[in-house]
Design a protein around this ligand. Structure first.
Ligand SMILES: *[C@@H]1O[C@H](CO)[C@@H](O)[C@H](O)[C@H]1NC(C)=O
Ligand SMILES: *[C@@H]1O[C@H](CO)[C@@H](O)[C@H](O)[C@H]1NC(C)=O
Length: 615
């Protein structure tokens, strides 16, 4: 009887979902039973779902032509093999068919189960075809098309009319500027400018009314996605981007980058005072490895200082632009106050190939303090029990105690290096790969902890602008201490206060409400869909399916806290076991292999990638 009930329950779940709505085209039953692969369709439940979507780099291109030549990187002209849903593995931008199918899939599989959307820019094609140069009008039209798609998908609130009569979208969507959303690309002047004004209009359903002024000033804003609990802060990374020759970093008071960091500090202070948390998002990620830097060094320095000081407030960060799935660790020990105060020109290392960049991350991670086995095990309750129970004879007990003491000593030594059991020395930046099919198109669904928040679903945008006027120029105690030390020059900016000594670790460090628990990366096999279409199949469409989940047996992340990323980074950096394969000693490291494969959305064979690295 029991098993019958269970069976029919599962049958009900599967039966309730129309076949064409399943993320797995031909899902096997056992896969459907895996919670991470369950189609997320169904009636919308009241309250929070504990999931949000991060999607980036659509690059829609209305000039894309099916069966054009792809070899010039545009897929605009000639005759060739450019696929109907896109030219995977190449530099061409996205046909509208790919954009439409992506929205259809989201509508049928995600729409009712996500709390908000983080959308990190580049919603226009690249400027890579001399025969059809981009115009400002085209860029704005392309972005307007994308903005309308979100509004069509979620609808707008009928009884929530702001001061100027602009209703907010039903599910908060938080956009940001990509370097291709402006013309010429990469060049973004100090605000207010025509771009901040035009996008204030295009994104009127996404930018809360009280943030409009701030957005027009600098292209940055906050969106309180869970009222009274969580804000998403949309950074205008164009002011940090070292390819933007119209601006110059974050150290000089006259620079918009400086102003942006000041604004960010005030927002984070305000959120701290309201006991709220924040997600930071932007287009260009703060890449900073020995092989590649994307931000001006002064901006990276301030950012690293800010995220360290506001580690009690910041839940996580999400970036795009690079089209390569990976993460970065910022080390607060790299903060250099002298650098921030007296700007010197930084030596920039040339941008190497993407695999070289990933390899350099690995090399950098090899220097991370390595966690002794099981080091974090007892630290979820922040208590350690060194006195083990059990009634054994005295000799055994003494030996055990000695061993435990040694283990504890090792543990404390490690904790000293990472600044406490929560690894607060570090912070993490996540980069999601793109929809544009440089490899396979992808999107990411992040699962977060909603314990105790389930009913916090009423979304009223609170007037935080009035509260934000509390920008004071007072010195922090730390700064006062610095002032006394005459050898150190006073930084010419306000150094944010660290969390108070009594405040518990933030959601980025220990699992609590709003902590990111896992993410599922979805990919669409457009090779498959293109072949379907080319064969004349009228039902040819595109489905996203699970590429991986961070809890799987390779990444083994029990949550997405900084500790978990530190552990993963150390594992990726490890030299694998030497195995003798056909007489050749080959180093194998599963975590590194998966990291590399996933960086390119599973498009390449990992052995090919490794060969590329060696050659
Ligand atoms: C969410 O956080 C609470 C602590 O506040 C913890 O007890 C719970 O296990 C977490 N939930 C998940 C799913 O990890
Ligand atoms: C994608 O589809 C093609 C064609 O059906 C197939 O050969 C290939 O194995 C698929 N790749 C992945 C990663 O699923």
């Amino acid at each position: 009887m029991r098993s019958f009930v269970l069976l029919s329950l599962f049958a009900g779940v599967i039966g309730a979902v129309p076949l064409d709505q399943q993320p797995l085209g031909d899902a096997h039953t056992e896969e459907v039973l895996d919670a991470t692969q369950l189609p997320l369709t169904g009636a919308s439940a009241p309250g929070l779902h504990g999931r949000f979507l991060h999607i980036t780099d659509f690059h829609p291109d209305r000039y894309y032509r099916y069966r054009s030549a792809s070899d010039d990187g545009s897929c605009h002209h000639g005759k060739g093999d450019a696929g109907y849903f896109g030219a995977e593995g190449l530099d061409c931008d996205s046909p509208l068919a790919l954009v439409d199918e992506t929205f259809r899939w989201i509508e049928q599989n995600l729409k009712d189960d996500i709390d908000f959307v983080i959308w990190t820019g580049d919603s226009a094609r690249h400027d890579n075809d001399e025969r059809i140069p981009r115009t400002e009008k085209e860029i704005l039209e392309s972005n307007n098309l994308m903005a309308e798609k979100w509004v069509d998908l979620f609808g707008v609130r009928k009884n929530d009319v702001g001061m100027s009569g602009v209703p907010a979208v039903n599910v908060p969507v938080v956009p940001t500027f990509g370097n291709n959303d402006i013309a010429p690309h990469n060049i973004f002047m100090d605000g207010p400018n025509k771009w901040t004004r035009r996008y204030a209009e295009l994104w009127r359903h996404f930018i809360p009314e009280d943030q409009r002024h701030s957005f027009v000033e600098g292209g940055w804003f906050t969106s309180e996605v869970i009222p009274g609990k969580l804000s998403v802060i949309s950074l205008n990374t164009m002011y940090f981007f070292d390819s933007n020759s119209a601006v110059d970093g974050c150290a000089d008071k006259s620079e918009p980058g400086y102003e942006h960091m000041e604004w960010l500090r005030v927002q984070l202070e305000l959120l701290r005072s309201r006991n709220m948390k924040a997600i930071l998002m932007g287009h260009v990620a703060p890449a900073h490895s020995s092989q590649k830097t994307s931000w001006d060094e002064t901006c990276w320095q301030k950012y690293t200082l800010w995220v360290n000081r506001f580690r009690d407030v910041i839940v996580g960060t999400a970036y795009g632009h690079m089209n390569v799935d990976h993460f970065m660790l910022q080390d607060s020990h790299d903060i250099d106050f002298d650098f921030l105060t007296h700007k010197t020109t930084s030596e920039r290392v040339g941008i190497q190939s993407k695999t070289d960049y990933l390899s350099s991350l690995r090399t950098d991670w090899a220097d991370l303090p390595s966690p002794p086995p099981g080091v974090f095990d007892d630290y979820d309750s922040s208590t350690v029990d060194t006195q083990k129970k059990g009634k054994k004879n005295k000799k055994n007990k003494d030996e055990k105690e000695k061993k435990d003491k040694k283990k504890e000593k090792k543990r404390q030594k490690f904790f000293k290096k990472i600044e406490g059991p929560w690894a607060e020395r570090y912070s993490v930046s996540l980069v999601s790969p793109s929809v544009v099919p440089n490899y396979f198109p992808t999107l990411r669904v992040i699962e977060y902890n909603i314990t105790g928040l389930e009913n916090a679903f009423e979304r009223d945008f609170i007037d935080s602008a009035a509260l934000a006027d509390s920008n004071t120029e007072e010195d922090s105690p730390e700064l006062l201490k610095k002032k006394k030390n005459k050898k150190k020059k006073k930084p010419d900016f306000k150094v944010p206060d660290a969390p108070s000594r009594t405040s518990p670790p933030g959601p980025a460090y220990s699992n609590q409400p709003l902590t990111w628990l896992s993410y599922t990366q979805y990919f669409a096999n457009i090779t498959h869909s293109n072949a379907q279409y080319a064969s004349g199949d009228k039902d040819a469409h595109l489905d996203y399916e699970v590429e991986y989940n961070t809890r799987d047996d390779v990444y083994q992340m029990k949550d997405l806290t900084v500790r978990s990323f530190l552990q993963l980074a150390v594992r990726i950096a490890e030299q694998g076991e030497a195995t003798n394969e056909v007489g050749i000693a080959k180093k194998v490291n599963k975590a590194w292999g998966a990291f590399l494969t996933r960086a390119f959305t599973g498009f390449f064979d990992v052995d090919d990638l490794n060969d590329q690295l060696e050659s």
